[in-house]
Design a protein. Sequence first.
Length: 96
Amino acid sequence: MQGTVSAALEQWQPRETIVDGEGNPTGETLFTTEPRSFVVCGSLSAFQAERGINERKFRSFELYRRNLIRPEVITFDELYERARFIVEADRVHDTA
């Protein structure tokens, strides 16, 4: 993941003027500093033991991922909950 982000930054310009199919500027400009990157893996249920959460394993996972600068590590169930929150918030906004 880190190699992919690094290669992209080498290929992209810090500032890109967007053009249409004929090469005419569209009036849009993109600025690239450093794109965020994510690794989606596992599930928080992996820390669930028969009688509760294995706190040692969970703590180790949290310390590891919080000390990574890039990429951000997120579990499948956390990603699902983020997406569900966005969809539900959009539904509430549409009915208001």
